[in-house]
Design a protein. Structure first.
Ligand SMILES: [Zn+2]
Ligand SMILES: [Zn+2]
Length: 373
């Protein structure tokens, strides 16, 4: 079987058998089997899911990372190799990333004697719920690594295209929950209560002014209220309303300013309406910040590999790879996958022609990075 077809076969097998974050048991077993069948050394880290392999010898170490988890989405592509696991789908293309990095591992194995160091290959669980990078770090998988590289497929870019940027790339992700407590009453006697629904709806409007009126328009910020819940019938004013949403930013100062303003506005509303409002923040991944030199290096290698390269725009999504980049310099890159439907869509269908060239690219990138160190 050709190299291209082997990687497509593996990708389809992963695609047909998707597993959710931290449940990637069969996926891990497959990855381990494939690596072992290529005589690639598996490192004995204590991991429930995910795998770490290594190729080469010597003191210098660079890392390649693929994420391996899927999403709780019912697939609607109608493909022959669609998910056989109801309600679970590789809708973010982590099956593609895994086959790309497996391919890079095979190519590096074939050049093992020539490599001027070691390439550690990380198959990371749980990217989607943002715990996987920490799990690998805690297990010690980052020890000795001087530079780390990873990719995400980009459905809006054609196959053969490549983009990255130095500095901030993916966003700081914050989740917030707001509890509005008013006073319940008969719907016909609102003056006896404190209408939590009216208060919550005014709060939603007021929060929109933080992003549009209190942050420099040249800074990126998104504040979305995504859930609002209160009441259970037509003739009772409920006592409580819950709001939930997300804040996305690239700069810490902007993130902190918005968080502070949301709390201040909530406190002001609570006072004005004689109600109680509680805001809770849950920190997600921090902004992904590429090392400018490694981002430029990765782009030069992509140019040499024949990719159409460009500077990536800022991305408002979150990416767990950010956690590695807080400890080790490196670069995260976008590779075109040309799907009509985007990431996390039940119809997402990336173009498999990206896989083999991307595998060759990452093998070349790892080897050149070792030479460069
Ligand atoms: Zn995703
Ligand atoms: Zn993803």
């Amino acid at each position: 079987m050709s190299f291209e077809n082997q990687l497509i076969d593996w990708r389809r097998e992963l695609h047909q058998n998707p597993e959710l974050s931290l449940q990637e048991v069969a996926t891990t077993a497959r990855i381990r089997d494939w690596l072992q069948s290529a005589a690639i050394t598996l490192l004995p880290y204590d991991l429930k899911t995910g795998a770490v392999a290594e190729v080469g010898q010597g003191d210098k170490v660079v890392a390649l990372r693929a994420d391996i988890d899927a999403l709780p989405i019912e697939e609607a592509t109608g493909l022959a190799y669609r998910s056989g696991n109801p309600g679970v789908m590789h809708a973010c293309g982590h099956d593609i990333h895994t086959s790309v990095i497996l391919g890079a591992a095979l190519l590096l194995k074939a050049r093992e004697a020539e490599l001027p160091g070691r390439v550690r290959i990380l198959f990371q669980p749980a990217e989607e719920n943002f715990g996987g990078a920490k799990t690998l770090i805690r297990a010690g998988a980052l020890e000795g690594i001087s530079a780390i590289f990873g990719m995400h497929n980009e459905p809006g870019m054609p196959v053969g295209s490549f983009a990255t940027r130095g500095g901030a790339f993916y966003a700081n992700v914050d989740r917030f929950a707001i509890k509005v407590q008013g006073k319940g009453a008969h719907a016909a006697r609102p003056h006896e209560g404190q209408d939590a629904i009216l208060l919550a709806s005014q709060l939603v409007s007021a929060l929109q002014s933080v992003a549009s009126r209190e942050v420099n328009t040249l800074d990126s910020v998104v504040l979305s209220v995504t859930r609002i819940q209160g009441g259970n019938t037509w003739n009772v004013l409920p006592e409580n309303v819950e709001l939930e949403g997300t804040l996305r930013t690239h700069r810490t100062e902007v993130q902190e300013r918005v968080r502070t303003r949301v709390s201040e506005i909530a406190a002001g509303f609570a006072r004005a309406f004689n109600a109680s409002i509680e805001v809770t923040w849950y920190a997600g991944p921090t902004a992904l910040v590429n090392d400018p030199e490694w981002a430029a290096f990765a782009t030069r290698v992509a140019d040499d590999a024949g990719y159409q390269t460009s500077t990536a725009a800022l991305h408002m999504g979150g990416e767990d790879f950010a956690v590695y980049l807080q400890q080790i310099p490196g670069a995260f890159v976008s590779i075109g996958s040309e799907s009509r439907f985007g990431l996390h869509h039940p119809g997402f269908n990336p173009d498999e022609r990206l896989i083999a060239p991307a595998a060759r690219y990452f093998a070349a990138l790892a080897e050149k990075a070792l030479q460069h160190l």
